[in-house]
Design a protein around this ligand. Sequence first.
Ligand SMILES: Cc1cc2nc3c(=O)[nH]c(=O)nc-3n(C[C@H](O)[C@H](O)[C@H](O)COP(=O)(O)OP(=O)(O)OC[C@H]3O[C@@H](n4cnc5c(N)ncnc54)[C@H](O)[C@@H]3O)c2cc1C
Ligand code: SF4
Length: 474
Amino acid sequence: MVDRPGFLRYTRKDPGYRSGEDRTRDFKAVELELDEAELLLQATRCMECGTPFCHGYGCPLANNIPEMNELVTQQRWQEAAELLLATNNFPEFTARLCPAPCEAACVLGINDQATTIRQVEKAIIEKAYQDEYIMPHAPSRRNGKRVGVIGSGPAGLAVADTLNRKGYSVVVFDSAKRAGGVLRYGIPDFKLEKWVLDRRIELMTREGITFELKTTVGRDVSWHYLESRFDTTCLCIGSREPRDLQIPGRELGGIHFAMEYLVAQNRMNAGEIESIENELDAKDRRVVVIGGGDTGADCVGTAARQGARAIMQLEIMPEPPELRPEQTPWPTWPNVLRASSSHGEGCERRWSVNTKEFVGNNGKLASLHCCETKCGRDEDGRSAFEEIDGTDFEVDAELTLLALGFVGPGPNPITDKLGVVKDNRGNIKTNDNHMTNIKGLFAAGDAAQGQSLIVSAIADGRNAANGIEQFLAK
Ligand SMILES: Cc1cc2nc3c(=O)[nH]c(=O)nc-3n(C[C@H](O)[C@H](O)[C@H](O)COP(=O)(O)OP(=O)(O)OC[C@H]3O[C@@H](n4cnc5c(N)ncnc54)[C@H](O)[C@@H]3O)c2cc1C
Ligand code: SF4
């Protein structure tokens, strides 16, 4: 038992990463772990607020964070795991990958450093697996209702897991060879080693969920087939249509979307392919990643491991401040400078830069023509960028990766054939119960809410499962 309140005595401690030189030699996870004694001290820093903003404002899953911290300080690990799993189907994913909006909203963060909630979550879930509190528990009775889920990313997995636990018979379809969506094929192993995903998929399979992989719904199986086989179906097809950069020279060889690049490396690591196509290999090349977000950072870390000669990441937005600016006050998500582990692996970052042209040699990319910009607002209040005269510069590059975000689910055989209605942002339109314009067809995750986070995809999947239950109860 440890004394509370710990925030008066202990400062926040993060586990940090493996050393820089060592970690780029392999694709193993870079984040270290706090030992149990340190973790208990960190959990005591929680003030058990009467109005816990971490839970009610920050966490899309409304995890019961103060109670969870309290159970950990009392070393009641199994109860902590039960509490965590009551709101989060897959804490082992969020504990490794979530940017932790709960920590950004932590009350302690107003004038001190926030509680280390994500690390506590990771310790709880890993101990639960290790001590076998998590064992396959197939429902004792099936209710006779059958649900099809299209897409096995975090949203589809959350729909499937939530309904399976309640006795529905669930089949998950995916075009890919293995389940997991972006968790499997987008996010690099150095952020999420794939045994973590395999462990969960195996558990779900043993609990009675069926995965039908290498099956594109709308092409390999029809809506008519789904209707005959299931009482209802949920589309969790993700947001995969990448934003392009249509500037002169875009047709040159050596310019690729981030996902093409990341998928190739993930498939190679998994042994699905023997080698990476030369075009998608950064070895000995100068690499420019356009887009300063997480996907861009994943490209930076991958290029470092492939042996790139130099890596630069360009972002059109201005460099954010180190401290929370007044435009994003507590408890909102702060617009501050963030550095992922990849940024410590030999990457030059530049902000307020616009790429005007790709310059080639014999059909292949040789350099990028860029300029500096200043950011203002257009009449609708959106960010607008103005070129600063006389700031043009060239960056030599043989490989450029476009990590400019995603514009929606894009064309998909199942939504196209059925005429599923989309909103003005290109995402699948649903009602409050997550049902699309097609009766009995639901949607969840990035395909419906736009590109988001794993935690939001899980939350959306849980909500869609509730909508499905209500629909089937009628
Ligand atoms: C490179 C990258 C890194 C990211 N890193 C993070 C991070 O660190 N932390 C974080 O919180 N979020 C991160 N995100 C965001 C997060 O991964 C997504 O928000 C999340 O995966 C969305 O889940 P989803 O289930 O909606 O879709 P997805 O994960 O995209 O899964 C959709 C699945 O549907 C399948 N599918 C599509 N159409 C069909 C069809 N017709 N038939 C059968 N199957 C079909 C696809 O094959 C795919 O497997 C990242 C995103 C990317 C792209
Ligand atoms: S807001 Fe922070 S200090 Fe308050 S209960 Fe949540 S984790 Fe603990």
